[in-house]
Structure formats: C-alpha cells, structure tokens
Design a protein around this ligand. Structure first.
Ligand SMILES: *[C@@H]1O[C@H](CO)[C@@H](O)[C@H](O)[C@H]1NC(C)=O
Length: 253
C-alpha cells in the first residue's frame, strides 16, 4: 500500500473562524478551505461566508467567481463579481495560500504512519452450545485505512465477523474493533491479523484457546483464597493448641 492509494480526496480546513459575533446569539463566520487530492495535483480553493450556520456566499477557484446562496448572497455576489481587483485577489489565493499550506500538511501529517496497538480479548466464553466471542481492537493508528481479519489454523474466517468502521479519535488517530463469533474446538489456533501501511508485515495475534483469560483469573483468585483459608485455619489450630496446652500445664486451683 502506498500512501497515495487511499487518499482520494482530502479536505483540510486551514483557516476557520474569522469573525464571530456571538454576543446576541448569532454566528457569523468565514471559512477558507483548500481541497486537494493525494497527489496534490488537483487543488481547489474555496472561501465561504456564513451567517447563523447557513452559507450565504462562496468563492470557488474552479468556478472563478462568487456564487450567492441566499437573497443577500446573490445580491453580494453580483456586486463582488464586478470588483475586478477583488476577483483577481481571490483567484490568486489558490497559488498564494493553498499551495504551500497543503504541501505543509502533506509533509507534516499526511505522509506520517503510526502503528496500531492491537489487543485481543474475550468478549464472551462459550457456554452450553452458545458460541464464544473474541474482540480484536486496534488503537491509535494513522492513516485511517486498515484491514482486520481472523484466521483459524492459518485459514481466513469469513462468517460471523462484525467490524466497526474506522473511528476517528479526534486527534488524527483512529481505532477499529472486530468481533468474531465462533465455536471453540480443541487444539485449534485462532488469530487476529492486522494489516496497515505502518507495518512491514501483517501483525498476527493468536488467541490462547487452552484457557481463556477470565477462566485463568477465576482459578488464580480461587487458589489465592484457598491458600489464605489454609493459613487462617492453621493459625487458628496452632493458637488453639497453645491455649489448651497452657491450661493443662497450669491447672487452676
Ligand atoms: C467547485 O466547483 C466545481 C465546478 O463546478 C465543483 O466540481 C466543485 O465541487 C466545487 N467545489 C465545492 C467545494 O463546492
């Protein structure tokens, strides 16, 4: 996978709120966008003016002039499009503003890769003929595109897999979760395989089916309780023995 394959079109908001008049509960803003493809060959500069969340007027570099979306916007577009100095300025923004900013975004963020942290957990143990559920979660990876699959003894399993979308964490990282419903068989090898651009080869995490974690924990807790019980019993017994011996040795008159 190369980084250019998955980025078909990326929209980056490079500059947002310019003017906010929130004092009376109204919201007036201008937003500047540079839209570009992964190769940076297609570049579009968009400047929108909005009032109270509704877009009023927009300059689109592909169109080359202002377009109004409300009565006020249409009125203004007509006036602004007659202003050749303003039009010339807006038409130059694609090169002046978008070119180097998108290049920066590309160098600083889009070309980066961060490996997923993968965790394989048991969602549900298999009980009375009901299938077990395994969950494979990949966290904090970048970029978004990832492939999570399941294998049983090296063969890809297709049925009973539910995968979430890649969820944006809001900090450029993504996470995704895949559930596998299956009926465990003795001696089999179940694994979750994660493929991502950041990984040299697919990451495979194998489920230890011999003893699922919750079972192991239950046994460990039980064993600890048993040892504690034995210690208390032994202590009580020794205490009782010492006391009773004392009474025999020093009989009361
Ligand atoms: C800008 O205009 C072009 C041509 O009409 C159109 O294809 C493109 O979607 C427009 N961009 C936006 C963000 O509206």
């Amino acid at each position: 996978m190369s980084s250019s394959q998955h980025l078909i079109s990326v929209v980056i908001i490079l500059s947002t709120v310019l003017g906010v008049d929130g004092f009376n509960g109204y919201y007036n803003y201008m937003i500047t966008r540079c839209r570009f493809s992964s190769s940076l060959s297609e570049l579009e500069y968009i400047r929108s003016y909005a009032f109270n969340k509704a877009e009023v007027i927009r300059f689109n570099s592909t169109v080359g002039k202002f377009v109004g979306y409300t009565d006020l916007g249409v009125h203004n577009a007509e006036a602004w499009n007659k202003d050749s100095a303003l039009l010339a300025q807006e038409r130059a923004e694609k090169d002046r503003y978008c070119k180097h900013n998108t290049q920066n975004e590309f160098n600083v963020v889009l070309s980066k890769k961060v490996e997923p942290k993968v965790r394989l957990t048991l969602g549900k143990t298999s009980t009375g003929g009901h299938p077990a559920v395994l969950m494979c979660s990949a966290y904090n990876f970048y970029p978004k595109m990832i492939r999570v699959t399941w294998q049983r003894d090296g063969q890809e399993m297709t049925g009973n897999v539910i995968s979430s979308e890649e969820l944006a964490d809001g900090d450029w990282y993504y996470q995704t979760h895949s559930h596998l419903e299956f009926t465990p068989k003795a001696g089999e090898k179940i694994s979750c395989v994660v493929e991502h651009e950041s990984l040299r080869e697919p990451l495979e995490i194998t489920w230890d089916s011999s003893m699922p974690e919750p079972e192991r924990n239950k046994i460990a807790i039980g064993a600890a309780a048993l040892v504690l019980g034995l210690i208390v019993t032994a202590a009580g017994f020794i205490y009782y023995k010492t006391k009773s011996r004392g009474r025999i040795l020093v009989p009361s008159g």
